[in-house]
Design a protein around this ligand. Structure first.
Ligand SMILES: [Mg+2]
Length: 443
């Protein structure tokens, strides 16, 4: 039997290794917060995710909320942005329509999101992460990958210990708790951080990884959204084990480029490096016209193409956003922007386009425009993206259509299918001055 390595998360000592079951309490301080795993002192890729972040920040700032169910979200037609662990006991979940959440938990305290406050707390958390390694890759406001390879000497201990100390500091200095996932690649670190929440520490080692993954639902694989999940189910693929039985080429033939990820992740392989960078705050795209345009009908094909561009990048980054912004620049170089907050965050080209188009109708008044742009801000992880929403009938069908089109494009190239409203823009023959800005705005 392999011997367990054990770490006390309160006094940061390593009780002696043993091949027997790990101790229940720390022999030094008596704490029960021990983490044990045979590979604990060797793994160095982590995903740290704050627990019910928005709700935790609100509770930190108003201790009278501590034991109450707290929901962060918009009005009755909106969806839940975050629910504290008390509210979750009543069945409230992120992305649930608000009316359902309130039916499940009528006495919940509902708080409108204060993004500026959460962003400030998130920045403090990130600063503490960057104190332990420059290799911090933020995924959203409250979660990041950390690569702690080779930091043992610098920190005087294995990455597991550095991480335990780090989450302690986050609690002490920022006033919120976080959970740690530790493994040997990003995919598994992210899976791990979700398996022991809140205030957890979960470890996934390389030994018998395929067995570990086999019974888990395919939806746990990063990039398998609701629509792809349904497609896989329809094809008889329910578990990661079902994927393990299919080879990479077959999966790519069936599902396009995502097939490669499905194949590799199902065997616990992920070669992506932790790439330090900033949290992406917005995804936007804009184009300058050859000749100024004033008519709505002439602007729309551009708007559609830009919406698709923004949507593609959101999907690639597993993000979605709450606010759609339309930007116009008039012939005399004046910039105008209008924005609308959605009832739930989106990554769909169709929804981005429809929202931007309604803003366009309000903006067009005979002036001539030289530039048009579309952006999505107030970003979140795509778990929250485009929930079934009674307020928008047809959304789910449109989402299915879009996902099916994405799959075909992934296989056959971008021009394989183009929606009618995008076609005209190619016949307009843009000059070299027309451009799409691929960069994302970062903090
Ligand atoms: Mg979180």
């Amino acid at each position: 039997m392999t011997s367990q390595r054990t770490l006390c998360r309160d006094c940061f000592t390593w009780p002696p290794s043993t091949s027997a079951a790990p101790p229940e309490r720390c022999p030094r301080c008596g704490s029960r917060r021990l983490v044990s795993h045979p590979e604990l002192d060797r793994l160095s890729i982590a995903h740290i995710d704050c627990d019910a972040f928005y709700a935790s920040v609100e509770k930190r700032d108003d201790p009278s909320l501590l034991d109450k169910p707290v929901i962060i979200g918009g009005g009755r037609r909106g969806v839940v942005s975050a629910a504290c662990y008390v509210a979750r006991i009543y069945g409230v979940r992120s992305a649930m329509p608000m009316f359902k959440a309130l039916a499940a938990c009528p006495h919940a305290v509902v708080i409108k999101p204060n993004m500026a406050k959460y962003a400030a707390a998130g920045a403090e958390v990130r600063a503490l992460m960057r104190d332990v390694t420059p290799l911090v890759e933020p995924l959203s406001i409250d979660e990041a990958f950390l690569d702690l390879s080779g930091t043992d000497r610098l920190h005087g201990g294995a990455p597991a210990e550095t991480l335990a100390r780090l989450t302690g500091r986050i609690e002490e200095k920022v006033g919120v708790t976080a959970s740690i996932g530790l493994s040997y690649n990003k995919f598994l670190a992210k899976v791990a951080s979700d398996l022991d929440k809140p205030r957890g520490f979960f470890v996934i080692g390389a030994n018998r990884i395929e067995q570990f993954l086999a019974d888990r639902p395919v939806s746990m694989i990063w990039g398998v959204g609701k629509a792809l999940y349904r497609t896989l189910l329809a094809d008889g693929i329910r578990t990661v084990g079902d994927l393990q039985g299919l080879d990479e080429r077959e999966l790519m033939r069936r599902y396009g480029s995502i097939g490669q990820r499905l194949a590799r992740f199902s065997h616990g392989q992920d070669s992506r490096a932790v790439e330090p960078g900033s949290v992406i705050k917005s995804v936007s795209s804009e184009t300058t016209f050859n000749d100024d345009i004033s008519a709505t009908d002439a602007l729309r094909p551009y708007l559609w193409r830009l919406s698709e561009e923004v949507s593609d990048r959101l999907k690639r980054k597993a993000l979605c956003g709450w606010v759609v912004t339309l930007k116009l620049k008039t012939a005399d170089f004046r910039s105008h922007s209008r924005q609308r907050r959605l009832s739930s965050p989106t990554q769909l080209a169709d929804r981005i386009y429809r929202t931007a188009d309604s803003l366009l109708e309000d903006a067009v008044d005979g002036r001539r425009f030289r530039l048009i742009g579309v952006g999505v801000t107030d970003l979140a992880g795509d778990r929250l993206a485009d929930p079934r929403d009674l307020a928008e009938p047809g959304l789910e069908r449109r989402h299915r259509v879009e996902t099916a089109m994405d799959a075909v494009r992934a296989k056959l190239g971008k021009t394989a299918i183009m929606k009618g409203r995008g076609l005209r823009v190619d016949t307009l023959k843009q000059s070299p001055s027309s451009r799409l800005h691929p960069e994302d705005d970062t903090d």
